[in-house]
Design a protein around this ligand. Structure first.
Ligand code: PBG
Length: 333
């Protein structure tokens, strides 16, 4: 009997022995081209506020954000994803501020595109920064988030961002039919180049906690939840159905969110559809890694790079990560 395929004929460790052969057999590569950097912007000048549950992350006013954007552009990060911290006085039941052409987001988009035309700008499509109750859409008397009425506002919001010059709108609201309506609205207004990154498989996750602190929607949301529109973490087939619908409706890119606990979904989506697929390493994932690193329990650089590489191995074409600047610096070394 031959020893082929069996020890000692087969020694898996032979290829792992030296750096050159490890490099030759490496399947996945992480580069700066894989990063989208989420940033929080607020009104005013010279303002920088720390987010306590996300050490190292700040809410920045436009003038400060422009410096951050310059750093990102110099590092070669392809795009920023913009999240506004909206003044409580501007929040309402109808979320009208979401489509105010003089509002914070359109002003920031215009400034970013003027200063750094080559840096991609992505805006979030959802009403939670603008509603008094912190839900992603309009609600009825019982608190139920209304679908079609919300979609009408999301279209206005997307048109407002497109008019300001945004490159990509990213609906993160999980209303049914919003991708098709937004695509039709954009095309109808002549914004044929505005891309849509659909948060297609967005789960009702507890890992968004620190983000809701950062944008100040946590208190408004109180004890209510988003279970009637975001997906059940128990489901996987449902994610494929969501992605299929968003692609039919005209999404250019699709996203799975959160990231690390959902890499199985990333893999299924990429295998099934073969389209540009992104994953969001969300605020809670950032907080976990950061907290352990700050305690000296994990090596931050090694764990950040390993976590980001894992997204690539799972099939993601890119990752939204609050570690984007740090990771880009690590990769330069
Ligand atoms: C809002 C939105 C959320 C995140 C991105 N867009 C929070 C939510 O759905 O409640 C979470 C991002 C993160 O946790 O980093 N539509």
């Amino acid at each position: 009997m031959s020893a082929t395929g069996r020890f000692p004929g087969t020694r898996m460790r032979r290829m792992r022995r030296d750096d050159f052969s490890r490099r030759l057999m490496r399947e996945s590569v992480l580069t700066v081209d894989d990063f989208i950097y989420p940033v929080f912007v607020l009104e005013g000048e010279g303002r920088v506020e720390k987010v306590s549950s996300m050490p190292g992350v700040e809410r920045q006013s436009l003038d400060v954000l422009l410096k951050t954007a310059e750093r990102a552009a110099k590092l070669g990060i392809p795009a920023l994803a913009l999240f506004p911290v909206v003044d409580a006085s501007l929040k309402s039941l109808g979320a009208e501020e979401a489509f105010n052409e003089h509002g914070l987001v359109p002003r920031v988009v215009r400034a970013l595109k003027r200063e750094f035309p080559e840096l991609g700008v992505i805006t979030d499509g959802a009403l939670d920064p603008y509603t008094t109750h912190g839900q992603d859409g309009l609600i009825d008397d019982t608190g139920y988030v209304l679908n079609d009425e919300t979609v009408d506002v999301l279209v206005k919001q997307a048109l407002c961002h497109a008019a300001a010059g945004v490159d990509v709108v990213a609906p993160s609201d999980m209303m049914d039919g919003r991708i098709g309506s937004i695509r039709a609205g954009l095309d109808g207004a002549g914004f044929i180049h505005t891309r849509i990154l659909a948060y297609s498989a967005k789960y009702a996750s507890a890992f968004y906690g620190p983000f809701r602190d950062a944008v100040g929607s946590a208190a408004n949301l109180g004890k209510s939840n988003k279970y009637s529109y975001q997906m059940d973490p128990a489901n996987s087939d449902e994610a494929l159905k969501e992605v299929a619908l968003d692609l039919q409706e005209g999404a250019d890119m699709v996203m799975v969110k959160p990231g690390m606990p959902y890499l199985d979904i990333v893999r299924r989506v990429k295998e099934e559809f073969g389209v540009p697929t992104y994953a969001y390493q969300v605020s809670g994932e950032y907080a976990m890694l950061k907290a352990a690193a700050q305690n000296g329990w994990l090596n931050e650089e090694a764990c950040v790079l390993e976590s980001l590489l894992a997204f690539k191995r799972a099939g993601a074409d890119g990752i939204l990560t609050y570690f984007a600047l740090d990771a880009a610096e690590y990769l330069k070394r």
